[in-house]
Ligand binder design. Structure first.
Ligand code: GLN
Length: 203
């Protein structure tokens, strides 16, 4: 399996390290041709307006949209914003996921925080459930999801911080900054077993 990491801006190196730890080949993506032969792509955290502007300058917007129609993409934090169809302000977006996000939703004073999340999809069947420790840095909130979108995790107050639409995944937080590799492993399952997932949803 080979997974690309969009390497225009942000913390792409941490994602690459986590993927290598899981035994996956990685490819830094800066140009459309770097998307060839990939099984999936991660869009890292950083600054979503900058990522969008650079993606426009490098002629990546349409190639990324085409890629996401068929293959798995995971956006973390700024990457989740870039994947969304609506960020409530004008900036380049891929508009692949039917989610509306609110940027910097947790206010200026509290730019960063950590929270333990219940994410049922990360627990192996039959095993005991284990909370997922999530790191939020000037994080967006997923404030609205379309009918095709599955909510994967919420904060204690019910606000949505992780969601999936078919093979597309969005998390408000940064799994690449922790030691817990379960979200990366989950994404690899989305990237590798798309047919199985579709079949499960239909049954
Ligand atoms: N606040 C950034 C944005 O709006 C996202 C922050 C992050 O990726 N950690 O794009």
């Amino acid at each position: 399996m080979k997974i690309g990491v969009l390497a225009l801006q942000g913390d792409f190196i941490e994602h690459e390290s986590m993927l290598r730890r899981l035994g996956v080949e990685t490819q830094e993506v800066r140009l459309p041709e770097h998307l060839q032969n990939l099984d999936g792509l991660i869009i890292p955290g950083g600054e979503s307006t900058t990522i969008g502007k650079l993606a426009t300058d490098f002629n990546l917007i349409e190639p990324l949209r085409d890629f996401g129609r068929e293959k798995a993409i995971w956006g973390t934090c700024a990457g989740a914003i870039f994947l969304s169809r609506d960020a409530r302000r004008s900036q380049p977006l891929l508009s692949l996921m039917d989610i509306r996000v609110e940027r910097n939703a947790f206010g200026r004073q509290v730019d960063s925080f950590e929270a333990d999340l219940d994410v049922p999809r990360l627990n192996a069947p039959g095993s005991e459930s284990r909370l997922y420790h999530a790191v939020f840095i000037r994080a967006p909130l997923i404030e609205e999801v379309g009918p095709q979108v599955e909510v994967l995790a919420r904060l204690q107050d019910g606000r949505i911080v992780a969601a999936r639409q078919g093979h597309l995944l969005a998390t408000s937080f940064h799994p690449e900054l922790t030691e817990d590799d379960r979200f990366h492993a989950y994404f690899l399952r989305l990237a590798g077993k798309q047919e199985t997932i579709v079949a499960c949803e239909e049954s």
